[in-house]
Design a protein around this ligand. Structure first.
Ligand code: SF4
Length: 356
């Protein structure tokens, strides 16, 4: 099933379109020291290799921001500068040719400074992401989630109105908190009021385990409400993991056909071989960055432990294996094509994806 997206303005970030019916793009953020251009470029290249479409880099000072030109020359995806506190650094980022500025207007200084920044962004024809983050607002945990969401949205709208008064509409908006319910409410409320593209995220969501669950729940609900034009899954982990999770999140919701979809059963006493090991090794192989270009294809693969649900699920997938004690039955588009020894499953499935 494909959803009808909430219609937003279309904004260009480098050569990637955000909003206005464009595919939901995947972003991540580097965690190298941006004073070190070499290691930052290296990490961005790795992110490109796993499917990141826009990358954000934090530039905390002048030494780092002066690397923008060099970084941009060596990467293939749009570069977003994350700037806080000092608008002079933001001005330098624009001068260096960055593709978008992300600022939290609550910490960049008085309104006049914010407007000057918008004027320079307009001259350079680049968008600004108004990134409101609950951490920078005066809110209390004892306030109801709806009230907190309203404070976030009203803050964003105050700054957007200021930009609009200065004829600047090249805007993307994020309204992030670390609380799922508040974040969902904020995005829903904002969409009732303005039609700028939405950058989604649950901020500070945690490690690979907790952050993946929290982000999937939060972003999943927002996406199910037809909202969201670009996203970052924020994890306390290697940013490569953020991109992997984002890929599979969009894949799971059929919002983008990114990479293989794997269906596998939980196993039970009917399963007579180590399916858990097979599936985990297969997944490791398929989602490994070194195999990304070779195996990242939109194919649906079922790996099932026995003939009870196995053939049914395997038939609904593009390919599937329904297991037996020593060998499994391989299906292609619902038809049995051969028997495969259990020890050969991974090799066989990899071969199938490679030639899909
Ligand atoms: S497919 Fe078979 S082995 Fe897997 S959970 Fe179902 S009954 Fe058990």
């Amino acid at each position: 099933m494909f959803y009808t997206r909430f219609n937003t303005k279309r904004i260009n970030v480098g050569d990637v379109c955000i909003g206005g019916g464009s595919p939901i793009s995947i972003q991540s953020m580097t965690n190298t020291n941006s004073k070190d251009a070499k290691s930052t470029i290296k990490q961005i290249k790795q992110l490109e290799d796993i499917g990141c479409e826009i990358v954000r880099v934090s530039f905390p000072d002048f030494e780092s921001v002066c690397n923008i030109h060099k970084i941009k020359k060596n990467i293939n995806i749009p570069l977003v500068a994350d700037i806080h506190f000092d608008y002079n650094i933001a001005l330098e980022a624009i001068k260096q040719g960055v593709d978008k500025i992300r600022i939290n207007p609550c910490n960049i200084g008085p309104d006049e400074i914010f407007c000057t920044l918008a004027k320079e962004a307009k001259n350079a024809n680049i968008p600004i992401r108004i990134g409101i983050n609950s951490g920078s607002l005066k809110m209390s945990n004892i306030q109801r989630d709806e009230i907190r969401a309203e404070i976030i949205v009203n803050t964003a709208i105050r700054y957007i109105n200021l930009l609009e008064d200065n004829n600047f509409e090249n805007i993307i908006v994020s309204l992030k908190t670390s609380d799922v319910y508040t974040t969902v409410e904020a995005y829903k409320l904002f969409a009732e009021k303005k039609s700028y593209p939405l950058h989604l995220g649950i901020t500070e969501s945690g490690s690979i385990f907790t952050g993946t669950i929290k982000s999937s729940v939060g972003l999943g609900i927002i996406l199910y409400n037809n909202l969201g034009d670009t996203l970052r899954v924020s994890l306390t982990a290697d940013p490569i993991e953020e991109v992997k999770v984002a890929n599979y999140l969009l894949r799971s919701m059929n919002l983008r056909r990114l990479g293989p979809e794997i269906i596998s059963c939980p196993t039970c006493s009917r399963c007579k071989f180590d399916l858990i090991k097979i599936v985990s090794e297969f997944e490791k192989e398929v989602f490994d960055i070194k195999n990304f270009k070779r195996l990242f294809k939109p194919v649906k693969i079922a790996i099932m432990g026995c003939v009870v649900n196995g053939p049914g699920e395997a038939k609904n997938a593009d390919f599937g294996i329904a297991g037996g004690e020593k060998f499994g039955v391989l299906f292609k588009n619902g038809k049995v094509i051969e028997k495969v020894e259990n020890s050969e499953w991974i090799k066989k499935l990899i071969y199938i994806i490679e030639h899909y």
